[in-house]
Design a protein around this ligand. Structure first.
Ligand SMILES: [Fe+2]
Length: 241
């Protein structure tokens, strides 16, 4: 079994198109998309159209909730409001239909942050300025209690990372397709997981694309902080909003 894993597209259509082009040269048994699909200053509707057409197993992220209802957040993010204004009724209906978690058969469990919380960082303790710190083994394992699938996929932190629990379960975060933070690379990231004779293996993939053009689109839409993050891939989330 071979699965393409996309997360955190954040409306970055040029990045998504580069990933889809890379995927088109391969074959997959399933495609999964782990949320934060449209919130961003580039092309939220274009991202929704492409992901809806993928036939992927998709779940919702925290920003998908906030795009549906920006007032859920004490201080609404302006990109969530921008994305909502760009979307049509069909896009919003699709977004509203997405579950918080899902699975691919008995093998793969999908969540955005952790199985219990789409705002919680799992494999990274989230950001400290322009870097991240790693959680302890106990902290990671605690969030996986009760999940029986051999593979658990998460997103949210935008940091590609994979680890194996002592019991053999694989946890993988593919990173972000459309918004690189504190990585030092603008490349669009996704992952491929594959069941091989020795078990489930992960490929974390960075695809170069025209990030300069994407950054200019963000800036033209009034989001200079996103422009910098998209162009260089070093910014922290405090740059956005
Ligand atoms: Fe995200």
């Amino acid at each position: 079994m071979r699965v393409a894993v996309l997360s955190d597209v954040h409306g970055n259509v040029p990045a998504l198109d580069a990933v889809l082009e890379d995927m088109a040269r391969q074959s997959f048994d399933a495609v999964v998309c782990l949320g934060d699909h449209v919130s961003g200053p580039i092309d939220p509707a274009g991202a929704a159209e492409r992901i809806m057409a993928l036939g992927a197993i998709s779940i919702r992220g925290n920003h998908d909730r906030w795009v549906l209802d920006p007032s859920r957040r004490a201080e609404p993010w302006s990109v969530d409001v921008f994305a909502r204004e760009c979307l049509g009724a069909a896009h919003l209906d699709w977004l509203g239909s997405l579950p918080a978690t899902a699975s691919v058969g008995d093998a793969v469990f999908l969540c955005h942050g952790t199985p219990a919380d789409d705002e919680a960082a799992w494999l990274d303790n989230f950001y400290n300025g322009r870097t991240t710190v790693l959680p302890s083994e106990a902290e990671v394992a605690r969030e996986a209690v009760g999940i029986v699938h051999p593979v658990i996929l998460c997103g949210h932190t935008h940091i590609a990372r994979t680890l194996r629990l002592p019991d053999g379960r694989l946890i993988a975060n593919p990173g972000s397709v459309g918004m690189q933070l504190v990585r030092g690379t603008p490349d669009a990231h996704y992952a491929v997981i594959e069941k091989r004779r020795g078990g489930w293996q992960t490929m974390l993939i960075g695809v170069p694309y025209d990030a300069e053009a994407a950054a200019r689109m963000a800036e033209a839409n009034g989001f200079p902080g996103w422009g910098e993050a998209i162009r260089f891939g070093w910014a922290g989330p405090e740059t956005l909003g």
